[in-house]
Design a protein around this ligand. Sequence first.
Ligand code: MLT
Length: 253
Amino acid sequence: MKLRYEKHGDGKPVFLLHAFPLNNEMWRENSESIIENGFKVIVPNLEFDSQNPDSLSETALKIAEIADAENIKKSVFAGISMGGYVCFNLFRLRPELFAGLFLCDTNSSADDEQKRKSRFQTIAKLETDGNRILVESMLPKLLCENTKSDKKEVVEKVEKWILQSNVDSNISALKAMANRKDHDYLLPEIKVPTKIIFGKEDKIMDFKIGEKLHTQIPESELSVIPNAGHLPNIEQPEKFNKELLEFLLKINY
Ligand code: MLT
């Protein structure tokens, strides 16, 4: 099955790949800012085939199919967390599509055994209790303390997205992430302009991972967004949009 996606604006293309357990709605505010500045955004909803043991690769190829169908030869790909995992798979499979890479709170390594185990425990709970379990286990870690105390509308929005998400799709995504390939070896081969962004208070992805990505990806820059956790694009949209836009405007494609 093909991926559903939205496209808006005219100009150089930018793919925006969302985090788990969210959907392409999480990019709304960022998309508007990019479109206003003359770019075309393509925002897919990431879906994974639960029967395919390498479904992250399959989903990455479906992103490439969208690029081919839209006659896009080169694009910037931006991914937050799970969206970043898809970017690494896509770079392995179709590197020629990349004019630039924008990675946010993500990792190139595969899961260790403990993480894999915890994903399968979450799947078991999702099967019995539904998405409420994700709100309880993930919401406190997705957002930083300031967001939780001062930006109730952001907390409510993320909670709503999680509750509205599809349980079966979440189970497939957890399986896909648990089974994903390790892409650490690929980092020195990413020879396109790359920006790495981390929320200063990310409780899910340690900042050391950001430093690893920066050290190993040759043309990379690393920036930290204060007062943000794992989702800086919605916790600090102005700062995030500025970083993304400055990056896009520097790339010739
Ligand atoms: C995400 O934000 O996409 C997830 O936290 C990624 C993960 O669970 O590894």
